[in-house]
Design a protein. Structure first.
Length: 219
């Protein structure tokens, strides 16, 4: 229930939220109090608003953009690709046997692994690409101006980086791998949901055929 409330709390469009925040500022300026008091209240409100807005689009554990941010960004990128016919590859990856890590080493260890892999992804992909944590051990990457054959090199580089990461937690060396699925936009894809679903199919093929591998989906 709490998660539902948090999720629904930011369904108001950003421009309306900005307008509300601006109106609150104007109201405070009319208060019959010393000017320095007004400015301090406005400063605090602006900080809380900015922080809340940041958290609504950011995964607090890893610092990566979250699912809400992915949905917003990807909707725009999908429309841009449809209009201009540029290359776009969508990637989905998750951590193999992550439940085993949580069950056997504890959730703090799982959190540590999530942060380590997030950093590895940020260091592997281009600055023009965006990595999102969309839930649990599942991540999405939007590779702009990239076709499926070009995507294979960075995806395999990332997979091998994780494979050799061997993070150490409380003196215990852990072997972690990821499974990766990728799909390139083509005119047969009519909706962004279809695009995500095809990428998801590629990921599940990677997981169901041995894990620790990259599968490039085909139309």
């Amino acid at each position: 229930m709490v998660e539902d409330l948090q999720e629904n709390a930011f369904d108001i469009p950003e421009d309306i939220l900005d307008s509300i925040q601006h109106n609150i500022e104007n109201i405070i300026r009319t208060f019959d109090v010393p000017e320095e008091n007004k400015m301090e209240v406005i400063k605090q409100i602006n900080y809380m608003y900015s922080r809340t807005k940041y958290l609504s689009y950011t995964d607090e554990l890893t610092g990566l953009p979250n699912r809400r941010c992915f949905d917003n960004d990807f909707a725009k990128e999908f429309l841009r690709t449809q209009r201009y016919k540029n290359n776009l590859t969508l990637v989905m990856f998750d951590i193999d046997h992550f439940k085993f890590v949580n069950d056997n080493y504890g959730h703090p260890c799982g959190d540590y692994i999530l942060k380590e892999i997030s950093q590895a992804a940020l260091q592997t992909f281009r600055q023009t690409d965006t990595v999102y944590r969309v839930g649990g051990e599942e991540f999405m990457v939007v590779l702009t101006e990239t076709d499926i054959s070009q995507a294979l090199v960075p995806l395999e580089r990332f997979r091998k980086t994780v494979e050799t990461l061997n993070p150490v937690y409380n003196g215990q060396t852990l072997h972690v791998t990821v499974s990766i699925g990728a799909f390139q936009y083509n005119p047969n894809i009519k909706t962004k949901e279809d695009f995500v679903q095809k990428t998801d199919v590629a990921l599940y093929e990677a997981k169901n055929t041995g894990r620790n591998k990259t599968v490039l989906g085909i139309s």
